[in-house]
Design a protein around this ligand. Sequence first.
Ligand code: LLP
Length: 421
Amino acid sequence: MTHFFHRRQGELWCEDVPLAALARAWGTPSYVYSDATLRRHFHVLDEAIGPRPRLIAFSVKANSNLSVLATLAQCGAGADVVSGGELARALAAGIPAGRIVFSGVGKTRAELVAGLVAGIFQFNVESAPELEALAACAAATGLRASVAIRVNPDIGAGGHAKISTGGAEVKFGVPMAEAPALVRRVIEHQSLDFQGLAVHIGSQIGDLAPMERAFGKVFALARALGAEGIGVPRIDLGGGLAIPYDEGETHAQPAAYGTMVARAAGDFPGLLIFEPGRLIAGNSGILLSEVIYFKRGESRNFLVLDAGMNDLMRPALYDAFHAIEPVGRPRGEPVPVDVVGPICETSDLFGENRLLPPLEAGDLVALFSAGAYGASMGSEYNSRPLAAEILVRGAEHAVVRRRPVLDEMLAREPLAQWLAR
Ligand code: LLP
């Protein structure tokens, strides 16, 4: 539990707002974010990096809510975007184009043009064909693109195989050995401006050693390019730092990360770019849900929630652990329960054998560490409306994404004309 989600007289609050009041006013399932926690996490990372020139580009995929992005924009954050949609969100939230980095292996021509027209800070190019497509788009629009080459250091890391992005067998980046040729190709193009190198090896990384090895390779490549007379003004070190999901879980802290970055960067004089997602947003949000039934099974008992795997995919996708606690004052001794959602899939399971105080229909629970890759990965599976999102700031709160009504969802699907006749 973070400082900004805390208990008062046994009841769970977000900052100065009781979660039960939010559930009464806006229903469940709802994501609740803490403004103070978002800002604090941003500043902790910012301070850890020390006095170097830096750009902290929040990874929009972690939480793409406009108010969350606008909050981080106020802190001075840029954005790491991976689609035209995320680019539009970052711009709409007030993040200046000059602080936006565009990553991803599959940028379409339309997305490249959108980035060029917006005048973004940098394209992180991940392949030779993407490089040629960007050069062609830039030439056609008469605009110049700032380019970094994302390398694949052949070092993967992360909390789960499905979120490791740095091994030679994954689709991300270009092999180290091919990078210099690609850099020279950037320089040959009039419409491209070579600016740097980028790397990102995975997510939920708790051990800094693989990151440091990967960074070492990137800074070595920058020095080698320098020796050839090719200046490398920027290095983008990606995101990936782990956060605690369970009580007592410990991972490398931002301060240690800052020290490691300083060691790896040495006397590199240029700009360092960071793309944190989870570190900033993960523990800034919870998913608030109501118990629909307490169901007794033959060998287990189930707490059936009104939140499902469509709202929070991480347990189903990555066997991820999210702490679950009652919102109200705990009544009685904890008992083991399986906490499940209402969806017709066995993987719609938030926690097996969790020790929770006795809970019944109508009680509220909070699923912690849900601020990153929670709402942003939500879907309408089982035709369930997307969860609402609420941002709390002190004693104030705002519904920053309303729950769609079913009519809106149905209205997106016109019947084929031969069926409507
Ligand atoms: N930069 C790049 C190029 C990325 O691919 C990612 C995440 C980030 C930055 C931000 O990484 P972070 O600081 O959040 O670790 N859905 C998964 C995580 C997927 C991460 C994908 N890339 C999950 O829920 O655990």
